[in-house]
Design a protein around this ligand. Sequence first.
Ligand code: GDP
Ligand code: MG
Length: 668
Amino acid sequence: MNLKKKYVRVSLLGNPNVGKTTLFNRLTGNTQYVGNWPGVTVEKKEGYIRNARTPIKVTDLPGVYSLSPFSPEEIVTRNYILGENVDILVNIVDATNLERNLYLTTQALELGIPMVVVLNMCDILKRKGKVVDFCSLESSLGVRVLPISAAKNRGIEDLVNFISDFRPQNRKIVFKYMSDIESKLSQISEVLKSENVKQYNNRFVLIKILEYDSLIISSLKLNLKAIQKIDEIRGPQKDIRYEEFIASQRYSKSSLICKNVVSELSKVRHSRISREIDKIVTSRILSFPIFLLILFTIFFISFGPIGTSLQDFARLIIFKGIAHPIDVLLGQFNANSIVQGFISSIVGGLGEVLSFLPQILLLLGLLSVLEDSGYMARAAFIMDRLMVKLGVSGKAFVPLLMGFGCSVPAILSTRILKSREEKKLSIFLIPFMSCSAKIPVYLVFLSAFFPNNKTLMIFLIYILGVIFSIMTALIFKRFIKPKDNSLIMELPDYKIPSVRNLYLHLKDQLKDFLENVGVIILSSSVIVWFLQSFDRSLHFTDENSKSILADLGNFISPIFRFAGFDNWKASVSLISGLFSKEAIISTMSIVFDADESSLSETLHSTFSFASSVSIIVFILLYSPCIAAIATIRKELGTKSAIFSFIYQTSLALVFSSITYQILSAFLK
Ligand code: GDP
Ligand code: MG
């Protein structure tokens, strides 16, 4: 591409009614201007692509069935393209009419201009239960193929990105005609070369000359000798209709490609093993139970005995191997007791969070293995019908599932969703999936108030979260208006997951996790420590009821009045839960002056049955921790992050108050 030019020139080429103008409007919005092509009354529309990284000018060419000069539209389109006005040709093809549309594509390919094929109307294709094998279409055509739906505004972003990053490459000729014709084409090329015609290598021009396209021939301004030579090459039999001959070859090529790439979704070809596995895994009766079983197994491994013992091991290393020696060392150096307290509290806080790393990596690793094996695509497929009702595709199910582990990687994993709207909706749903950091908090309260029904209650808490997320989805989808982005559900073959993919995946997740711990958790620990250790006049205090934290708690607690837990200790614990949910328990044990084992009894004396249930509801629903909010901000921006915080917290406040009021009315 010529960098001196101010913009890249893109033209939309396609049959009439394939959606060129719809796509043009999507791409250019209000930057477009309408005029006429010189000399004819055919409308000419031009505009600039919005949101492109480089300036790109788009021209909506008149719709044509071929590049033969039969109609004013065809002449305008052809002259424009041949006049070197186009840097990238976007050939729009109606996916539901592939065979007819490919006729023009086969001609356009011969122009030798950088080109991308855009498969439009993919929404209809999907509705008809058909799929297009993109890879094989791409290799048949030798150019990139992108699926879109102009009317439904899907895939447009990908197209814009593709055009912005486009680097033309040498293409190989994918359409060869019969050897007789090919040899005539190269003879014509020789003639043009000897006449110094610069298009001597342009297959399109060569073919048109063979077809005796008078407009092209006259435009080349050939001398009589050359024309005679060309006549000789064409042969004595003036009645040979090269044009028809070439056209029929084009048609058969298009129809052959079409046969190879379009298939019924239900008949997509897979390896025999994949088909056998799918017979069971995606079967009507077994698919769901198998799916649940796999999920259960993953959660069992991550949070059951294996995960817990790995966590215990991590704790051993962190606390006995690192935190304790630091403590001892500080003692030996006779460090100032405030400094010592500060360091051990920060190290303890970070250690607490880091000790969850094995479980998080285990969960994410197993999910990544599932993804790599090809099963996740089936899971998304199985869940698709349910999820679509909520305004997201089956794919969004993966991030939601991960939300049960930790919201941070779950939010990051919404990057697998293509449209911003779907991503946004999913991110707003993730905090309702009760994260693993809340488990110890629930357990402490449940041991105090439901010692005999802990498992059932935990299960109900999770279900309650899911119910809230469903309600949220049903309301929010009206505002966010997500587009169904799962254009074509391709189920890949099953394969043995690779260690390399697992490693690459976990490396990224680990990096993000450590960044969070390093920046957010570290700074929040410092803040909590400070607030807990100093009073309002900034004197160090051992009595936390005099600390700034207590002041803060007393200031906040009135908002919990209707929810029944309006005391400063509960308030500050909940505030510290904003830094990380695990901190609720550690803060409670500090402010109630109880260790983790005696905490349950202590809670019994502070909370009533009704207020314990209501605080559980509050903890389930209120704002996710700062790390999650920061991740939302990273993915969606500040406004969405603030919104999520306010939405979750007010929902929590309203429903915990309702819970408390109802329960205390009944229990009177
Ligand atoms: P043009 O003649 O190539 O400019 O085509 P238009 O942009 O005028 O579109 C022709 C018709 O197809 C219009 O009714 C569009 O709304 C419709 N259309 C365009 N793209 C799509 C699509 O992706 N899906 C569906 N269902 N309809 C489309
Ligand atoms: Mg149009």
